[in-house]
Design a protein around this ligand. Structure first.
Ligand code: NAD
Ligand code: AKB
Length: 315
């Protein structure tokens, strides 16, 4: 059977870039992007409206397109999740359970579930967080993703469904302006500095968090999904790491390019979320089992972000 890929939440920060990368990798016609809203601009090829909570429609889209793989990105992120915990649980976990149940008895052979560093909590070792560790998240987003990981593992062990997952760190990209997450400051800052020359950060200057440039995240996702199944011993979520920095370190790097840039700090409720997460991650298992290696460090990421975000505002 031909590979046919459904991407849910395809219009989000990761989805927009991943959809294009999947089209390049598998062919335009093989990829069906879906979301609850349509983008104003950009590539709408094969786009379908799909609310992950509409099980009937989900079943219909999978059957109509004879879907064989799903990249299930649809979710509500950490900061937004706290405004409506029940809705977040419903979208992030119940939506995922409907998909797993359909996958078990349909044409679907492989599922990608994006997990997150939000599965960690204040009882998790914060430095070099191990793969197998204490998972006691305190956000509803982290709780839903932690449960999602356990369900992924269950469906793999019990039904042989080929579910693969990465615990993404905060993703930094220039293609869209993310909203609703705790790591978003590291993207927002580029837009604000380039537009206005100043930025007020919602985290304190010494809040260290694991981060990753989008190209590394997309390559990791496709490499994990292409890896031989027998090599993958972890069916909850792989720890994945690239860079780890504080707002102060990021802003110092930005100042090397834009010396007049000014920064202030005004922590809000997102500070407590960030404080409960890890500072750095041990991803040696991903490096051993499917040869993961990051390519972007802080200086390289900052240079590209300034160049690409500047182009947007010049245009
Ligand atoms: P995003 O918020 O930018 O995009 C999520 C998309 O899901 C949006 O386009 C939204 O319209 C869609 N969506 C929301 N509710 C839906 C529903 N009921 N049905 C269908 N679609 C719905 O998120 P993102 O940053 O692109 O993240 C994608 C995935 O990766 C998420 O599952 C997220 O938890 C995970 N992740 C992201 C990051 C990051 O830093 N971006 C880090 C860790 C994990
Ligand atoms: C968020 O901040 O909620 C996301 C994540 C790390 O999962 N970027």
């Amino acid at each position: 059977m031909d590979t046919k890929i459904l991407v849910t939440g395809a219009n989000g920060q990761i989805g927009q870039v991943l959809t294009q990368a999947l089209k390049k990798h598998h062919g335009d016609e093989q990829v069906i992007p879906s979301d609850i809203t349509k983008l104003d601009q950009g590539d709408h090829t094969n786009f379908v409206f799909l609310d992950i909570l509409n099980e009937v429609r989900l079943r219909e889209v999978i059957a109509d397109h004879k879907i064989t793989q799903v990249y299930h990105l649809a979710a509500i992120l950490s900061a937004n999740g706290e405004w409506n915990p029940m809705k977040t649980w419903n979208v992030n976990l119940n939506g995922y359970l409907s998909l797993l149940e359909i996958a078990r008895v349909s044409t679907i052979k492989k599922v990608f579930f994006p997990s997150t560093i939000a599965v960690f909590g204040s009882t998790t070792p914060q430095m070099n967080t191990p793969q197998d560790t204490i998972l006691e998240p305190t956000t509803i987003y982290g709780m839903s993703k932690c449960s999602g990981e356990l369900w992924s593992n269950y469906y793999h062990k019990r039904y042989g469904l080929d579910v693969r997952s990465i615990r993404y760190p905060g993703i930094i990209s220039h293609q869209s302006i993310p909203a609703g997450g705790t790591t978003d400051y590291a993207v927002e800052v580029f837009h604000e500095i380039i537009k206005h020359g100043s930025y007020e950060c919602f985290l304190t200057q010494n809040t260290r968090l694991p981060m990753m440039y989008i190209d590394d995240a997309i390559r990791a996702t496709i490499e994990l999904m292409d890896a031989p199944s027998d090599d993958l011993k972890t069916r909850t979520g792989y720890n994945l790491s690239a860079i780890s920095f504080t707002p102060f370190e990021l802003f110092t790097e930005i100042k090397k390019h834009i010396p007049l840039a000014s920064f202030r700090y005004k922590p809000d409720f997102r500070q407590a979320i960030a404080d409960s997460w890890s500072e750095s991650i041990d991803d040696s298992r991903a490096r051993t089992e499917w040869n993961w290696d990051h390519q972007y460090d802080l200086p390289k990421m900052v240079e590209i972000m300034i160049k690409e975000v500047s182009k947007k505002y010049k245009a």
